[in-house]
Design a protein around this ligand. Sequence first.
Ligand code: SF4
Length: 426
Amino acid sequence: MAANLAFAPPKKDKLRSLGIMALNGMFDEMDGVSVLRQAVEELLKNDVAIVSSFGADSAVLLHMVAEVDKTLPVYFLETGKHFPETLRYVETLQAHLGLSNVRWLRPDPKDLLRFDPNGDLWETDPDSCCHIRKTEPLDAEIAQLGGWVTGRKRYQTAERGVLPHFELTSDDRIKVNPLAYFGDADVNAYKIAHGLPEHPLFAKGYKSIGCAPCTTIVAEGEDPRAGRWRGLNKKECGIHFDFNGAIAKPVAAMDKNLFKDGAFIADPFRPWEEGDDPATVRYTHIPAAVFLANRDAVLANPHPNGLLIAPASKVEDLAADLARFASVAISFPGFTDGRGYSSARLVVERYKFGGEVRAVGDVLMDQITLMQRCGINAFVVTHAATRTALETGHLTTVNLFYQPVGTTEVPVGTRPFLRKAVSETV
Ligand code: SF4
């Protein structure tokens, strides 16, 4: 039944949104397989992946995928929090349907260490937990594609009630929802008609299955997704942010102005603002003076936060609590103010803080090398020329130091025999 429609609009085409509307009009009445076939064979060709939770209804979409092309990439977000039954179900469905390209996407271990060292972020800050476990790993893959296919359906929640077959995301990708118009009865009928294996937890009352800590059994008559994040004002994990614009996305930031590990990335932190509550803020660099005045409240705050060290701050007063913070920001208010270098050395060398140490404020390209040698490993950069220098690797190099750090730098003015001794140890 698929229309023979060679519609492959280029990315960033101004008419693309009109094209999406036309597609929805044309495929409004089409069955799920036809929508999927249109997406992968005409619209997006080799530029698409399937995203599946391998939950209670996932077998339906995956069966359609197997009908169209068993080699299509299928992404499974292995958050590390799934029920063991779900992990086994991935293997079961993969074998049953003959899918040959199922890929497990895992969170970045560095993010887990930094934001969720105890594995309990789901309890205190589920939006952020979903962000590092789902959104970030998926975004990295989807960024390389023109679109992706989901198994969402209109009947699942009120928020999904107007879900179309084709959506245009804010970053100009196409999201395809072949099952948008499927009802509960359609899903069950499809499973029976094609003899699809059930998720082992379905018979126990789990109607929508996600991570174990955030999934409960659904009572008769409840929304299928009522068991997800029960008791919280949370309906989605964030990977469907575009369609459900109200979803909180606290870790996400639109501006990629944090230079770290060789690239500019979205900064998960925000600066402290007047009126912020030290007991409840999250992903905020709390000024040292505020921290010292509210130490107990900050230490009891369950969210990831950072510490902002100003030139006048005494690092010694903060030393015992540095490990509590996911990030330490050193303030450089002006090019001629060098106190930040000393603070950074104290934090890194004397007090052995091993996490992110970032420079904020007047961060310019001539300072970067000097900051790096003091242990600063991240830079918040707004200066355009500095940004270009970092991106292209054209930074000022410094070979002579008046205040050497470590054991390898040779101070200017040191007597020749000392310089020789130092160079022989290198
Ligand atoms: S569903 Fe729960 S455990 Fe899974 S990533 Fe989201 S908050 Fe964390």
